[in-house]
Design a protein around this ligand. Structure first.
Ligand SMILES: Cc1cc2nc3c(=O)[nH]c(=O)nc-3n(C[C@H](O)[C@H](O)[C@H](O)COP(=O)(O)OP(=O)(O)OC[C@H]3O[C@@H](n4cnc5c(N)ncnc54)[C@H](O)[C@@H]3O)c2cc1C
Length: 283
């Protein structure tokens, strides 16, 4: 059964870029930057992957033309990672050529653990060529992440740190929230101490307060890192960050392929199910 878009509206800004523009402008006016995510994952054929790269490239141009303060986040499985690694790399580099030309930025989202090593390998090659125009994500729940964070921080990479959204076994990832928070703090420390502009992606007050305290105690300026949150979750907090002088960025997903993203949001927090239902009741 196909759910109507009204269900996803709480977490997904629109089905088209045009529908999403006014929301980006509203965030920008409040001093909040945006990263746009055209929803979709796991493309299995080259025709679709080629089209996706064209859409991403056009999106960078549209953002530039509309003078929006927005970058984009992408998934390598949408650019052909399931088809062929070299092909996916060519697609990514084609997109990064455009990002470089427009002095923009592309963040490679991190997907499930089957893709971690390949994503990091492709990122490292891209970073050596495109430097400030490309970034990556590290998930604190993965057992392997300390090694990855240390290596990538050593390279000077632009890293978004998050907890991790995919269901992983205990062989691969921490399962307990206390342990995940502890790992997040450990890795955040490495990033805040050693990299120039880390991104802290969480809605978790315990971690947010910790970041504020750690940076204040260690004289790390507010302008030297960024808080990131997902669209539809804690807009008031984002506005408060901006008023307090912190960098704030909201991750704004849009597009017709919203179901897997929507499902992850419902699965990770039971309150999100209530948010959706209450939005439906209010309509
Ligand atoms: C900008 C951004 C980009 C991301 N990119 C990726 C990615 O590339 N790959 C990936 O695997 N995952 C990604 N994620 C998802 C991430 O890994 C987590 O699954 C997701 O953020 C939930 O973890 P959390 O730390 O935000 O809070 P949770 O673990 O969901 O919640 C912890 C606590 O935070 C507080 N809280 C949470 N939500 C709210 C709310 N709406 N209102 C009030 N309090 C709240 C509550 O106290 C809650 O108990 C991203 C997340 C963000 C914010």
């Amino acid at each position: 059964m196909k759910l109507p878009f009204a269900f996803a509206r709480r977490f997904v800004a629109g089905e088209t870029f045009q529908e999403t523009i006014p929301k980006i402008i509203t965030f920008n006016k409040k001093g909040i930057r945006v990263t746009l995510d055209l929803l979709g994952e796991n493309v299995k054929d080259k025709t679709t992957a080629d089209k996706t790269v064209d859409v991403y490239t056009g999106l960078l141009e549209d953002i530039h033309t509309a003078n929006l303060t927005s970058t984009i986040s992408i998934k390598l499985t949408m650019m052909g990672l399931d088809i062929d690694e070299d092909y996916c790399k060519e697609n990514l580099f084609r997109l990064l050529d455009k990002a470089k030309e427009l002095d923009s930025f592309v963040r490679i989202d991190m997907e499930g653990s089957d893709y971690t090593q390949r994503t990091i390998d492709i990122f490292k090659e891209a970073f050596s060529e495109y430097e400030k125009h490309v970034g990556i994500v590290i998930q604190a729940y993965l057992h392997r992440s300390r090694k990855d964070i240390e290596e990538l921080a050593g390279l000077g990479a632009d890293i978004r740190l998050c907890k991790g959204a995919y269901k992983e076994s205990k062989r691969i990832a921490l399962q307990n929230m206390t342990d995940i928070r502890e790992a997040f703090r450990d890795y955040a420390k490495i990033l805040l101490d050693q990299t120039t502009f880390p991104r802290m992606a969480t809605h978790d007050d315990e971690l947010i307060e910790w970041v504020k305290q750690y940076t204040s105690e260690n004289n790390i300026p507010k302008k030297q890192f960024e808080f990131q949150m997902l669209y539809g979750l804690r807009e008031e907090t984002m506005e408060q960050f901006a008023r307090q002088g912190y960098n704030a960025r909201v991750y704004v997903p849009y597009g017709t392929m919203w179901f897997p993203y929507f499902k992850r949001r419902l699965m990770e927090r039971k309150e999100n199910i209530w948010f959706v239902l209450s939005t439906m009741v209010k309509k």
